[in-house]
Design a protein around this ligand. Structure first.
Ligand SMILES: Nc1ncnc2c1ncn2[C@@H]1O[C@H](COP(=O)(O)OP(=O)(O)OP(=O)(O)O)[C@@H](O)[C@H]1O
Length: 243
């Protein structure tokens, strides 16, 4: 079943067509990787479908309901949550407090929120920082906190914006495992923007390739990354070289 359907969305900024008639579908329980050179429109698409920006035209449907132009809060309530490239935790609070708030915001019961948050913190590998103040955490820990907060809201669709950026390979592996578990064990549908090609190849069922605001191609990961148009969009380099 198609869970997320995007039909011909466009967005211009001062005459620049940042997103140009982009359409794609994501089946429930699948993982879509979104790739493209810098400025291709990846983050803007997330902003358009998650409610941070209103598309100039086009429509977005989630589980058969139109959510075009809905506010971020409404989109979250409808079952779709996003992470940000730049994290925005409450810096004055501990890791546990931050995730507990996210569990409560996701409709979790007050009595069990802290326990649920602590479990999630362990799951993303943040156990040793559970009671640490958020301010001063290393980037890798902040990234995992952001992921824990997003997962806490129990989304049906999770939009991930470069969650692996800034992590060293040893830190990436557990995050990738978590993403696979989210799909397999929790049935979460994932859409993730990522520059690290090894992760795109490993996690994606299908890949959407963007260039200059348009869909260049879409298909299985091994298919699209061998597509000459994709290689050209990456300035003549083999996209695998970004791994
Ligand atoms: N708020 C804005 N105002 C003006 N231009 C914008 C705005 N947001 C994005 N753009 C422009 O839209 C285009 C697409 O940007 P976007 O950030 O979506 O690309 P991206 O594929 O996410 O890039 P990156 O991989 O560098 O994050 C770029 O040319 C960018 O400069």
């Amino acid at each position: 079943m198609t869970l997320l359907r995007v039909d011909g969305i466009s967005k211009s900024f001062q005459g620049l067509r940042a997103v140009d008639e982009v359409s794609f579908e994501v089946a429930e329980g699948s993982i879509l990787g979104v790739i493209g050179p810098n400025g291709a429109g990846k983050t803007t698409i997330f902003n358009l479908i998650a409610g941070a920006l209103r598309p100039d035209s086009g429509r977005v449907h989630l589980a058969g309901r139109e959510i075009t132009g809905h506010t971020p809060h409404q989109v979250t309530a409808a079952g779709m949550t996003r992470t940000f490239q730049l994290m925005r935790p409450f810096y004055s609070m501990t890791v546990l407090e931050n995730v507990t708030i996210a569990v409560l915001a996701g409709g979790g019961a007050k009595r069990t929120a802290r326990t649920a948050a602590a479990e999630l913190i362990d799951r993303v590998g943040l156990g040793r920082w559970r009671d640490a103040p958020t301010e001063g955490l290393p980037t890798a820990a902040l990234k995992r906190l952001e992921l824990a907060r997003a997962v806490a809201s129990k989304p049906r669709v999770l939009l991930l914006d470069e969650v692996l950026a800034g992590l060293v390979p040893a830190e990436r592996a557990p995050v990738m495992e978590l993403l696979e578990q989210l799909r397999t064990d929790d049935g979460v549908t994932l859409v993730f923007v990522e520059h690290i090609m090894a992760a795109v190849m490993r996690l994606s069922d299908s890949v959407l390739v963007l260039d200059l605001g348009r869909v260049l191609t879409t298909g299985a990961p091994e298919e699209v990354t061998r597509d000459p148009r994709v290689i050209e969009a990456y300035l003549g380099e083999d996209p695998h070289a970004h791994a």
